[in-house]
Design a protein around this ligand. Structure first.
Ligand code: S3P
Length: 207
């Protein structure tokens, strides 16, 4: 994937919606989701960048699950891992997933490990439409500028193994799978948009 880079990271904390942007950059479409759309895939797959791009072009709201979780808890993900371990983080993650799944439908970019718990996989599958963005650990490493914020991406060997172990879990929940290798954020977003419209998950009204 190309073009997700640092401006996407700067925007990381924003919940995208039509609201506060200047008129010229507002989307000329008003989108309506009939169920939540969950983006899953390994760290660095481009979930947040693609969800945000789609939110902008289709006039729907998006939220990044980790950003939402950090605001709710008042702590960074890496602090939660340090204080409560991975299990503590996963408990909060499940709670947040339930909360987001119950809201008016949003584009939700999920943390890469959300599929680890079967309970979460059931929520993803039952409540939403799941977009799996595929990436290898090696390609992900080249996209992630700062791995220090990702407690489970500390060295490439363990990341490769984790990515490998999760492939069947992502595949189990996926309604569509998109290989992101060599594609721009815009191209991936277009592919997702086409699939969501075709499946009747996203309806667009041109203004
Ligand atoms: C994790 C991925 C991270 C974050 C946490 C754990 C994982 O999210 O939830 O560090 O287990 O793969 P991103 O996939 O957005 O980096």
């Amino acid at each position: 994937m190309t073009g997700g880079g640092s401006s996407a990271n700067r925007e990381h904390a924003r919940v995208a919606s039509g609201g506060s942007r200047p008129a010229a950059s507002r989307p000329r479409v008003a989108g309506q989701l009939c169920r939540p759309v969950f983006f899953v895939g390994f760290m660095g797959a481009g979930k947040t960048s693609v969800a945000r791009r789609l939110a902008r072009t289709c006039g729907v709201a998006s939220v990044d699950m980790d950003t939402y979780l950090e605001r709710r808890e008042g702590k960074r993900v890496k602090e939660i891992f340090a204080e409560s371990g991975e299990d503590g983080f996963r408990d909060i993650e499940t709670d947040v997933l339930r909360e987001l799944a119950a809201k008016d439908p949003l584009l939700v970019s999920c943390g890469g490990g959300v599929v680890k718990r079967s309970e979460n996989r059931a929520i993803l599958h039952d409540a939403g439409f799941v977009v799996y963005l595929k990436v290898t650990a090696d390609e992900a490493k080249s996209r992630i500028s700062d791995t220090s914020t990702r407690p489970l991406f500390q060295n490439i060997e363990s990341a490769r193994q984790t990515a490998e172990e999760r492939v069947p879990l992502y595949a189990e929940v996926a309604d569509i799978t998109i290989d992101t290798a060599g594609k721009s954020v815009a191209a991936i977003a277009r592919e997702v948009q086409a699939a969501l419209e075709k499946e009747g998950v996203l309806c667009l009204q041109r203004k």
